[in-house]
Design a protein around this ligand. Structure first.
Ligand code: G4P
Length: 527
């Protein structure tokens, strides 16, 4: 094995995803704490009222107590290098979440034990299926009264079509959550709470005799359920997991660090390491080839004192060395990487080398856009990241017309970063573009950032559209004549989008004009 293949084999690049409030921030802290990347819980994600404010770099983020940015946390565990790519926690920022998922090899899905599958959970499972990302499911908050474990498994199977294969099984529940049966090691593990969960939970491995004597009935019941799982064949199957047919399931409580070590072990043992990434032609670029990387996120203004712009790049092949000059596939221009950093929240460290699976932050990346490829040596271009159908549409105009130039620049930047899509039409003119996003909070971000970074106040008005479909030049004039429909050009790629007030209206138009071109917007038209 070459040195690069060896480095790649010990990488685990993953994201923790969940419906808001299932415990993603708590789990991120717990994982980092377990792997000793940080010394105290609370130092990763500064939610309102928590100790650390490491990732709260925007005023707005602080005020709302939510995390808007995405970056990567690196830590070592059992000789493996973990890259935990952070996803925004709010339901509204799902577009960013989709982009982050283009950069990972595996996802950890958190479910709240009392709530099971929630709307965002389902959407995320769907995106993982679409991108064929293997998913490990962690049922969190098992220290609180919740639902039956077997019932939750049924629900996962019914709603996602994935076969759940528990690799740990809980002993007791709620206040009587004693520990888990590790089905791989065939071993009972008892957890002992430490005050506040700020340090690792104490784990004691028990023989069946000890478990029976010390835990009693709850252990007996768990052991019976585990027998049942074995009988029905709910065992881990590596091939099925990697083919996105099954999902290994673990139980725990991130808040008290219960089950977090087992999750990390599962990541080492079964999560896939970086594999050769297919290019636009579908040919995988071997890991040993010279450097190539995918820009999956661009963020400006992470540091208010330097108003810079940073592009997050996932290394796909080769060795990255700071200072190397790469080629930007979209323009063919050279790109210097003098300022390469690993970034998590405000913590930045200069990064000198990186391998497949790692995430590098490139500063001063004005030319780079999400979905772009950078490479050295043999040219390569990776497929664009699919952009999801916007569901919210607002017009924006400048309050003071003397700021028009800054307004245009600001909107262009928001578009380049992928904060919003920008739509224009002849009828509406250039003064008042329509901004489109998956979640409405993106418009607050635009308003806030134009005021803060471009010193430009804008006025925004909501438009009564909720559905966007791709159309073509032939259908566009017919659509434009219909009531409740407007046709726009997306400035980023020139795609024609027809906006409808609602599903009912769209169906009515299609009934009258069955030959119209109206395609769902799941895939990006640029690719
Ligand atoms: P999110 O990032 O997915 O939105 O969730 P977050 O970690 O902020 O967790 C949401 C709430 O659930 C928090 O409580 C958190 O303490 C709690 N929580 C997370 N994991 C567990 C767990 O394993 N067990 C229990 N019992 N609770 C858990 P909060 O009161 O909303 O916030 P905070 O004041 O505790 O920060």
């Amino acid at each position: 094995m070459t040195a690069i293949a060896q480095e790649a084999a010990r990488r685990r690049t993953f994201a923790v995803i969940s419906h808001p409030d299932a415990g993603k921030s708590t789990m991120t802290e717990a994982l980092a704490l377990h792997a000793s990347a940080i010394t105290e819980a609370g130092a990763v994600h500064g939610k309102a009222g928590r100790r650390g404010v490491t990732s709260d770099w925007m005023d707005m983020e602080k005020a709302r107590g939510i995390s808007i940015t995405s970056a990567a946390l690196r830590f070592e565990y059992r000789g493996h290098m973990f890259n935990l790519v952070d996803t925004p926690g709010h339901a509204d920022f799902s577009e960013d979440t989709y982009r982050v998922l283009a950069a990972v090899d595996c996802a950890v899905m958190l479910l709240d034990a009392a709530k099971g599958m929630e709307p965002q959970t389902l959407k995320l499972f769907e995106v993982c299926r679409h991108r064929r990302i293997p998913v490990i499911t962690f049922i969190n908050k098992w220290d609180r009264p919740g639902r039956e474990a077997l019932e939750l498994l049924d629900e996962i199977e019914e709603r996602t079509g994935l076969r759940p294969t528990p690799i740990t099984w809980p002993i007791g529940t709620g206040g009587f959550f004693h520990g888990v049966i590790d089905r791989i090691a065939d071993q009972a593990v008892r957890y002992t709470r430490t005050p506040g969960g700020a340090t690792k939970a104490i784990e004691t491995e028990l023989t069946p005799e000890q478990a029976l004597a010390e835990i009693g009935q709850d252990w007996e019941r768990a052991a019976e359920e585990v027998d049942l799982l074995t009988e029905i064949g709910a065992d881990h199957d590596q091939k099925a997991f990697e083919a996105h047919e099954s999902t290994p399931v673990l139980f725990g409580a991130a808040l008290s660090n219960f089950g977090v070590g087992r999750l990390l072990d599962a990541m080492v043992d079964i999560a896939p390491s970086p594999a050769p990434r297919p290019d636009v032609e579908g040919d995988p670029r071997p890991l040993e080839e010279p450097f190539s990387g995918l820009v999956f996120k661009v963020q400006a203004n992470m540091d208010p004192s330097h108003r810079d712009r940073i592009a997050f790049v996932r290394v796909c092949s080769g060795r990255f060395e700071r200072g190397m000059v790469l080629t930007h596939a979209a323009t063919g221009r050279p790109f210097a990487t003098k300022y390469a950093q690993s970034v998590f929240g405000q913590e930045r460290a200069t990064i000198d080398e990186a391998f497949p699976g790692d995430v590098v932050g490139l500063v001063n990346a004005t030319a780079l856009r999400p979905g772009d490829t950078l490479y050295e040596g043999r040219p390569v271009e990776f497929p664009k990241i699919p952009s999801f159908a916007p569901e919210h549409f607002w017009t924006a105009r400048v309050r003071d017309s003397s700021r028009s130039k800054q307004f245009r620049k600001g909107i262009e930047q928001m578009e380049g970063e992928g904060v919003v899509q920008v739509l224009r039409s002849e009828i509406r003119g250039d003064q008042s573009p329509v901004l489109a996003a998956v979640g409405p909070m993106q418009f607050d971000v635009v308003k806030h950032r134009l005021a803060g970074e471009f010193n430009t106040e804008i006025v925004m008005d909501r438009l009564d559209f909720s559905i966007a479909r791709l159309t073509d030049a032939e259908s566009a004039p017919i659509l434009a004549r219909q009531r409740g429909v407007e046709v726009f050009t997306r400035t980023l790629d020139g795609a024609l989008l027809a906006l409808f007030t609602d599903e009912w209206r769209m169906r009515g138009v299609l009934r009258d004009h069955p030959n119209l071109t109206l395609n769902a917007l799941l895939a990006d038209t640029r690719s």
